[in-house]
Design a protein around this ligand. Structure first.
Ligand code: SF4
Length: 421
């Protein structure tokens, strides 16, 4: 039994059987998740999440040196929670040219970034080739930079505009292969929102449903492309719907990791739970990316809904307490996803620091620089945190900062150049 973190003193007896399952490294049920959401003993929920986080990552907290590129906010859709999208003639609409994208890539390269995170609206007029040229331009200007690009929603849009939308999974597969050839390294986790048809119809009708989002990620995993997964919560969904979302992600990760485990001759039948005590993993806890052709979810990123300027701005959005609780529950429920990210842009730096220290997060994302999709009150689109500040806030949380690349490999730096350990 792992004793890295003492079991919190439980003030709610309903948590006792859940704590036992966590200590044993057993999977929690959706019903357990409901108990974790309803208990008044939030600190025990966080303590259990911290225990599994320390089992997996010790005192390490990850960050990366990255740059986000939101290449256009012009979008054919109008999701009601979205304050980012514009129609082409609206005030504030913008679109980068390929030359401007080249310039952004040059800046990223010069700054020593290891990753460019590229997402945008569903542009109604750009041809498919624009996206290929965009990736090629970034690769040419910034060789070695990992391009993490396009949500599943954008991938389905690209399948449509490349005239392969009617080919279903085959069309998605071909599009992903074309994008990979042009430089795509992995998929971000955006656009998942909450996998529920009621929530979909109320808050983002027109966008793909959860099953289509998961299909894109499944196909990416089959191609050996790693991806992330988000959950945008705190709008019109309820807690049960969030738990169902987590359960669906967990089931899909089970399938991906089973394929990986079979390829390694480890096992082929059971679920691969990564959050148990160390002695359960004689061959290493985490899959590595150079041993098989199977991709998986690397990180889950719970995203709190920010109502400002959206069509749902009459809602409050989740509180700080709800944010802490949700990331802790996500850490406990998603026992087969290696990393839990506190995305500081949306969680804020102070709350992200707390999530790292005591609520199960092991990653805080990166330096970001520019981010157009959401802004917390008083912020513009220049949202940057320097490496020194990242180190300071991670150390203040009692943890050890480790720079990672997109695939969670350690990065070493020598002046302005970097390499993977
Ligand atoms: S959430 Fe994405 S798809 Fe929906 S309106 Fe905003 S940019 Fe468009």
């Amino acid at each position: 039994m792992s004793t890295l973190t003492p079991l919190p003193a439980l003030s709610d007896p309903a948590l006792a059987p859940i704590a036992e399952r966590v200590l044993a490294g057993s999977r929690l049920s959706v019903e357990d998740g409901s108990v974790l959401y309803e208990t008044a003993d939030l600190w025990s929920v966080c303590g259990l999440a911290d225990l599994v986080r320390r089992r997996m990552h010790g005192d390490i907290a990850y960050y990366n040196v990255n740059r986000h590129l939101n290449y256009s906010n012009v979008c054919a859709l109008s999701c009601s929670f979205c304050a980012f999208a514009r129609k082409r003639d609206d005030d504030g609409a913008y679109e980068y040219t390929i030359e401007e994208i080249r310039e952004e890539a040059r800046k990223a390269f010069a700054s020593g970034a290891t990753e460019m995170h590229v997402v945008g609206g569903l542009h109604p007029f750009h041809p498919f080739n624009f996206y290929i040229e965009m990736l090629q331009a970034i690769q040419e200007e910034a060789p070695g930079l990992h391009i993490k690009a396009f949500t599943a929603v954008e991938i389905v849009h690209l399948a449509r505009i490349s005239k392969r939308g009617r080919d279903g999974a085959d069309g998605i597969r071909e599009v992903l292969m074309d994008l990979r050839k042009a430089g795509l390294g992995s998929l971000p986790g955006g656009g998942a929102e909450v996998f529920d048809d009621r929530v979909h119809d109320e808050a983002f009708k027109g966008k793909i449903r959860g099953d289509a989002w998961m299909d894109v990620h499944r196909i990416a995993h089959e191609l050996g492309i790693n991806t992330n997964a988000t959950m945008l919560y705190g709008h019109v969904e309820n807690r049960a719907e969030r738990l169902r979302h987590m359960d669906l992600l967990r089931g899909q990760q089970d399938a991906a990791l089973r394929t990986w485990a079979t390829s390694q001759g480890i096992c082929g039948e059971q679920e691969v739970v990564l959050t148990g005590p160390a002695e359960q993993y004689p061959q290493g806890r985490l899959p590595t990316d150079d041993t098989c052709e199977q991709g998986w979810y690397q990180a889950c990123i719970p995203l709190p809904f920010i109502p400002d300027d959206s069509a749902l701005q009459h809602l409050y959005g989740p509180s700080g307490i709800e944010n802490l609780r949700t990331i802790a529950i996500a850490r406990l429920m998603l026992d087969n996803i290696p990393h839990m990210k506190a995305f500081w842009i949306m969680q804020t730096l102070p709350l992200s620091q707390l999530m790292l220290q005591m609520a199960g997060a092991d990653d805080i994302d990166g330096t970001v620089v520019w981010y157009d999709i959401t802004k917390v009150e008083g912020c513009g689109t220049h949202q940057e945190t320097g490496v020194q500040d990242m180190h300071r806030l991670i150390r203040e949380a009692g943890l050890c900062p480790v720079e990672r690349d997109t695939l969670y490999r350690r990065v070493s730096r020598d002046g302005s150049s970097w390499s993977i350990d």
